[in-house]
Design a protein around this ligand. Structure first.
Ligand SMILES: [Mg+2]
Length: 304
């Protein structure tokens, strides 16, 4: 068999034909890849969640990174955002900008990374677009669903809430966690079904920056406890507070519910209490190991 090596030899329609064969599906897909639009079932009594995320070569990844990992990350970031709202991810479209000189295998590997994760989370890949481009660009848009009563916003944190994270933080780039992480859908669904968090966000910009988003939207302040912040092995306190792309969930619960959460056990999942919500006038501060209280300023990743 004569397999074309370069995209320019395979052509756009050849590529689409290949993608269609391997695309992840789920029972909600009435029509997937292959018509002018996809046709999808919307579950009765649920709201749609809609998000998108773009990865650009030499900004978010380089050719030294395995293309399966790049594909995984592109979808995982979107799934993490749906999880942070308390939803379940359902349908995605994948758009790619690729140089015509790129090997077919490279593109196939990006899709393999996407499809493997999609199948794991029941996400169907139902369309997209491919264009010629100087750099590799991957844009995924994802639809998710949740009951209106389950949806958790950044704006709901209340004074007295306890603050939690779902895992150790820091050094996501040197450890490769930013490429290989598992989005916290299981944890989010457990929380919305049994505990109803007041506010939730996924940590992409860094703990302090993303907590800052919750505080801003909820018009409250927070006090973190230095010794309670879980760190990835080898991570300094500053790395745990600021590195970003941890893709753990950060959420707040009323004290009584929080105490119940700390007693509950689900296999493979740990919730770490890291602080409490206080009135806005107190701003954002941390109680150090020494007992001293010091103010924290959000300074996560700036895109521009
Ligand atoms: Mg997010």
């Amino acid at each position: 068999m004569n397999v074309p090596q370069k995209l320019s030899q395979l052509g756009e329609f050849g590529l689409i034909a290949q993608l269609k064969k391997s695309a992840a599906l789920n029972p909600g897909v009435i029509k997937g890849i292959g018509d002018d639009t996809a046709v999808l079932k919307v579950s009765r009594g649920k709201e749609l969640l809609f998000t998108t995320d773009m990865l650009v070569e030499d900004v978010h990844f380089t050719r030294a990174i395995k293309p399966t990992a790049v594909g995984h990350k592109a979808l995982a970031c979107n799934i993490s955002d749906v999880a942070a709202m308390g939803g379940l991810p359902k349908y995605a479209v994948v758009s790619l900008g690729v140089p015509a000189t790129l090997s077919v295998n490279y593109v196939a590997d990006i899709y393999r990374g996407i499809n493997t994760l999609a199948k794991k989370f029941g996400v169907a890949i139902v369309g997209g677009d491919t264009v010629a481009s100087k750099k590799i660009v991957i844009n995924i848009a994802l639809l998710g669903e949740a009951k209106r009563s389950e949806i958790v916003y950044r704006s709901g944190a209340k004074v007295g809430d306890w603050i939690f994270v779902t895992g150790p933080l820091g050094r996501s780039f040197p450890t490769g966690k930013h490429l290989t992480f598992t989005p916290r859908v299981k944890e989010a669904r457990f929380l919305v079904e049994h505990f109803k968090p007041n506010a939730m966000i996924d940590i992409s910009d860094g703990l302090v920056a993303d907590l800052g988003h919750i505080l801003e939207e909820s018009k409250v302040g927070a006090v973190l406890e230095e010794t309670a912040i879980p760190r990835v092995r080898g991570a300094s306190l500053n790395q745990a507070l600021g590195d970003g792309e941890d893709f753990e969930l950060l959420f707040t619960l009323p004290m009584r519910t929080a105490a119940r959460l700390m007693k509950s056990k689900i296999p493979g999942v740990t919730f770490y209490k890291i602080g409490e919500i206080v009135p806005r006038a107190h701003g954002l501060a941390m109680v150090a190991q020494s007992g001293l209280i010091k103010p924290l300023t959000p300074k996560g990743y700036r895109h521009f």
